[in-house]
Design a protein around this ligand. Structure first.
Ligand code: COA
Ligand code: AMP
Length: 638
């Protein structure tokens, strides 16, 4: 029998959801209490904690400084790529955030204004997020691996008053000048922000020669020297804290809105009950502030909980070696690490025997958490075996902001079943439905949905797009949120995630839209039509693979066009798309009604058994696709 409190806790939530979250809300400081825990009549499906006022920066910083943690380390910056280490106590972090907030306020940024952040993994990224929160401004962080064009789309959607960026990002062996990318994005966008505020980095400075450019680091330095303070602006619990864009089925990303009150309640609850972390301990999420994991578990979760967080600027391998994760855990006494399985696959490839682990003292390390993509049992077993700590897979999405399904270490771990991220967290009533919306029995694969309302922390809507929110997530299965993941729940209530039901692929833990890549390929003047699929990859989980049919009469070499297509995706979406495979074919397999058979193409590329689709127009085309993949070097059969 399990001694976990999970089942009782989940039952308590189910019996009285408002009582459950009302109790959890006591762990947050509110300037004004809520009128109701949940009001189903507000918003698209209801809102959490209406009537309440609070401020996220207050709960992350001021509260701890006033409550006895002023001298505790809040944030450790560890950058093997620049060989730099720096740390800030809660009191120092508060000073820096107030300095940055005062500069933002001087330039007219206040409650409800949007600010886009295009930042590498430096402390100023977290400071900028917290400074916006302090002022009631809404930040929108854009991952540095996205190109100017993607940034421009987000500028037009979020209409920010300012952009905060660093002069450069650093990847192994190259610096990426960020400011010219930001300038290019502003030139492309219809909306023009008033200011571009730049943190100059010594590795590669930026020319600040356009109207509105500002040296943010210098202005912050002056504000710090003057000891400037800025009070926390009270905002409604239902006000947005941030908008984070994530891939949708088209080139137009979805602006996931995160509210203020519910977000804090959910993250604080998760730190203790899911991650099993105590205030004062060191929690390290080796992700990037550009992703939801970075928002929730580099910045907000650990700070809300009074932990020490680690901002790591490096890679799991190559900076300088596959031992860097163990070095960071040992140097900073990390209690829990959260990363994507792909990072472990990279480490395992470089150091299969785990030899480097023995060079470090990992005695403080208790738990490894994995999310962002499917955790394959081989990788989990390797990590369990080499590290000797529990390895916890958990499943969630940008939209939810925290785990839907996990193994609640803080409540007492449940037995691990490899391949399953375990059970639904309180707040989530997870079901598996067939395409017509009927419940499926245990063990049957179907659409994973969550019964409405979603718990605190999940998106209330999409930025300025209630209707898109409804049509993308709520309309297909009335009364439920569609996760767009397919999976099964077993007789013990354990969920397994099998695949996406849309055209999203997962490349090295990064969520990407094949639809967006198809739009880019179709824009090439020689391309008549195309299809992008995700094919299995041992390191990155999936890799995008593009098939193109050229327009009649195009006589240029295929290789030349394919190189242009690879460059085009890199230039228009960004290096993060990892789009390196473009293959020219004569025709694409389609149904008689003209739908491209992407699923069958993927099964062929992955060497899986496939059934000839009954509606296929011309079965011979499938052999042509297989031959093209083989000619490219993709092995389609064992
Ligand atoms: N700015 C600019 N470029 C970036 C970037 C950034 N912030 N992040 C990545 N890129 C570039 C990389 O340099 C690479 O460029 P290249 O094609 O010139 O080599 C490209 O984008 C693809 O990056 P990535 O998929 O990360 O591959 P990689 O080969 O650099 O590293 C891993 C592989 C597995 C080590 C790496 O993906 C990793 O650490 N993954 C962890 C995943 C993760 O943190 N996910 C977050 C969700 S939890
Ligand atoms: P993102 O919004 O970038 O966090 O990506 C969310 C998607 O990543 C999910 O919808 C899943 O498809 C996938 N994903 C995240 N975590 C897991 C996991 N633990 N197991 C399987 N897939 C996952």
């Amino acid at each position: 029998m399990s001694t976990s409190r999970y089942h009782d806790t989940y039952a308590a939530w189910k019996a009285d959801p408002e009582g459950f979250w009302g109790e959890a809300a006591r762990d947050i400081d509110w300037f004004r209490p809520h009128d109701r825990v949940f009001d189903a009549t507000l918003g698209v499906y209801g809102r959490w904690f209406p009537g309440a006022e609070t401020n996220t920066c207050h709960n992350c910083l001021d509260r701890h400084v006033n409550g006895g943690r002023a001298d505790q380390t809040a944030l450790i910056y560890d950058s093997p790529i620049t060989r730099t280490r720096r740390s800030y106590t809660y009191s120092e972090l508060l000073d820096h955030v107030q300095a940055m907030a005062s500069v933002l306020a001087d330039h007219g940024i206040g409650r409800g204004d949007r600010v886009i952040l295009y930042m590498p993994m430096i402390p100023e990224a977290a400071m900028a997020m917290l400074a916006c929160a302090r002022l009631g401004a809404i930040h929108s962080v854009v991952f540095g691996g996205f190109a100017a064009n993607e940034l421009a789309t987000r500028i037009d959607d979020a209409t920010p008053k300012a952009i905060i960026c660093a002069s450069c990002g650093l990847e192994p062996g190259r610096s990426i000048a960020y400011k010219p990318l930001v300038d290019a994005a502003i030139d492309l966008s219809d909306h023009k922000p008033d200011r571009v505020m730049v943190i100059q980095r010594t590795q590669l400075g930026a020319a600040l020669d356009r109207p509105g450019d500002l040296d943010l680091g210098a202005a912050m330095g002056q504000a710090l020297a003057e000891g400037r303070t800025v009070p926390c602006t009270p905002v409604a619990a239902t006000d947005p804290l941030y908008v984070l864009y994530t891939s949708g089925t088209t080139g137009q990303p979805k602006g996931v809105v995160r509210d203020t009150g519910g977000h804090m309640v959910a993250l604080k609850w998760s730190m203790q009950n899911l991650y099993g972390i105590n205030p004062g301990e060191v929690f390290w999420a080796a992700s990037d502030v550009g992703w939801v994991v970075g928002h929730s578990y580099i910045v907000y979760g650990p700070l809300l909980h009074g932990c020490t967080t680690v901002v790591f600027e490096g890679k799991p391998v190559g900076t300088p070696d596959a031992g860097v994760f163990w070095r960071v855990i040992s140097d900073h006494k990390v209690a829990a690490l959260f990363t994507a399985p792909t990072a472990f696959r990279a480490i395992k490839k470089e150091d299969p025997s785990g030899r480097l682990i023995h060079d470090y003292d990992l005695s403080t390390f208790r738990t490894l958490f994995l999310a962002g993509e499917r955790a394959d049992p081989d990788t989990i077993r390797w990590a369990e075996d080499k590290l000797g700590v529990p390895v916890i897979d958990h499943w969630w999405q940008t939209e939810t902001g925290w785990a839907i399904v996990g193994n609640p270490v803080g409540l007492g771990m449940l037995p691990v079943k490899h391949g399953s991220p375990t059970v639904a967290m309180p707040g989530y009533d997870v079901r598996v439905l067939d395409d017509a919306g009927h419940p499926l029995p245990a063990g049957t694969l179907g659409n994973i949905v969550v019964r409405l309302p979603l718990p605190p922390g999940c998106l209330p809507t999409l930025w300025n797009a209630d209707q898109r929110f409804r049509s993308a997530y709520l309309d297909e299965f009335p009364g439920y949120y569609k996760t767009a993941d397919a999976g099964v729940i077993d007789a013990d209530g354990y969920l397994s995630i099998m695949a996406r039901t849309d055209d999203i692929i997962n490349v090295a833990g990064h969520r990407l839209s094949t639809g967006a890549m198809e739009e880019v390929l179709s824009g090439h003047p020689d391309v008549a039509e195309c299809a992008v699929i995700g094919i299995a990859d041992q390191l990155k989980g999936q890799l995008p693979c593009g098939f193109v049919v050229l327009k009649a009469g195009v006589s240029r070499s295929h290789a030349e066009i394919e190189t242009e297509l690879v460059k085009r995706v890199r230039d228009l979406i960004g290096p993060v798309a990892a789009f390196k495979i473009a293959i020219t074919v004569d025709r694409l397999p389609k149904t008689r009604s003209g739908k491209i058979l992407r699923g069958t193409m993927r099964q062929i590329a992955d060497g899986l058994e496939y059934k000839m689709p009954a509606t296929i127009d011309d079965p011979a085309i499938l052999s042509e696709i297989e031959a093209a993949l083989n000619a490219y070097g993709v092995r389609t059969r064992a």
